[in-house]
Write a protein that binds this ligand. Structure first.
Ligand SMILES: Cc1cc2nc3c(=O)[nH]c(=O)nc-3n(C[C@H](O)[C@H](O)[C@H](O)COP(=O)(O)OP(=O)(O)OC[C@H]3O[C@@H](n4cnc5c(N)ncnc54)[C@H](O)[C@@H]3O)c2cc1C
Ligand code: FES
Length: 280
């Protein structure tokens, strides 16, 4: 059992939980994730380790409530416990002194980007960070990201906070102004990553994207998280989740993610009916 030490709402549907997990806090590196099961009735879901403190023995997860399991997780209160937590899983992000790095995060993808931004900064890189969301109420970790970045540009689709437009528009503007980057890190919704990395790769910037296929065991056994990179099958849980964006078959990833939509929507509706029934 893993106790929820602190529970905080960051935006409309996004929560940050601090969990008592000293062994994971001690081992984790930027880019790694955990697989958790909130209760004995729940599915196992992957969430990135957004922050950790080895001395105090805690890790933080930041999650968006999108379906049944994240709804169950969000219903757990401070002081209660999460049933199982396995990790740290996945390969850590390759961190070195690249020079000038561009970090782009969209939606809740800003959470998994944060530990990478911190690690790149600690390695002596100069950082331009661009984060985006649909509107002001969905933009997260602004203060934390700004504190780590040499140039920080928040954006919203509707202009309610920061620049108006998409993160990819900001990238085009930076390149238009003659900016040069030695590496780019992109995390967010799949379509945002596909569009943005197509632009960065066209500018010959080595680009890394963190993929979010369906994961089940997280240990390379089930094949659920397979993705194609440079024509080879890779398992995102053990070979990733980060890959060289130039070789990712984005269309296959989008097709595979969409194939479960019907079941996810039924699980969410059944869960809502069950909750409504319990309240009557
Ligand atoms: C390596 C990795 C790291 C992630 N880190 C974060 C994070 O830090 N914060 C965050 O909010 N989300 C993160 N996600 C996505 C998160 O796992 C899903 O939002 C969650 O599983 C949704 O479960 P659900 O039952 O609430 O929703 P569902 O209704 O079951 O699904 C909603 C959407 O979530 C995704 N999803 C569902 N089940 C899984 C699964 N077992 N594995 C992967 N994706 C799934 C699908 O895209 C699906 O369309 C990460 C995913 C991966 C693969
Ligand atoms: S989640 Fe099963 S192989 Fe990756």
């Amino acid at each position: 059992m893993f106790r929820i030490l602190k529970r905080e709402q960051l935006s409309e549907q996004v929560w940050r939980y601090r969990l008592d997990a000293p062994r994971i806090a001690n081992k984790r590196k930027a880019g790694q994730f955990i697989i958790l099961r909130p209760t004995s009735q729940s599915e196992r879901i992957p969430l990135t380790i957004a922050n950790a403190n080895a001395d105090e023995g805690w890790i933080e997860i930041i999650f968006q409530v999108v379906g049944k399991t994240t709804m169950v997780l969000q219903a757990l209160q401070e002081g209660s416990s999460i049933l199982d937590l396995a990790g740290p899983l996945g390969k850590p992000t390759h961190i070195e002194k690249f020079g000038k790095c561009l970090c782009i995060g969209g939606g809740v993808g800003v959470a998994p980007l944060y530990p990478i931004v911190c690690a790149l900064k600690a390695a002596g890189n100069e950082l331009t960070t661009v984060i985006g969301a649909r509107n002001k109420s969905l933009l997260i970790l602004e203060k934390e990201m700004a504190a780590q970045s040499d140039l920080f540009i928040p954006t919203t689709d509707d202009g309610s906070n920061g620049r108006k437009g998409f993160v990819s528009d900001v990238f085009k503007e930076l390149i238009g102004k003659g900016e040069i980057f030695d590496a780019a890190f992109v995390i967010g919704p799949v379509m945002m990553m596909k569009v943005t990395t197509t632009l960065t790769v066209a500018e010959k910037i080595p680009t890394f994207a963190s993929l979010n296929p369906i994961m089940i065991d997280g240990t390379g056994m089930c094949g659920g998280c397979r993705v194609s990179v440079n024509g080879e099958t890779k398992f995102a849980c053990v070979d990733g989740p980060e890959f060289d964006a130039a070789g990712i078959d984005w269309n296959e990833l989008i097709r595979r993610l969409n194939s479960y939509k019907m079941f996810e929507s039924k699980a969410r509706d059944d869960h809502n009916c069950h909750l409504e029934g319990a309240l009557k």
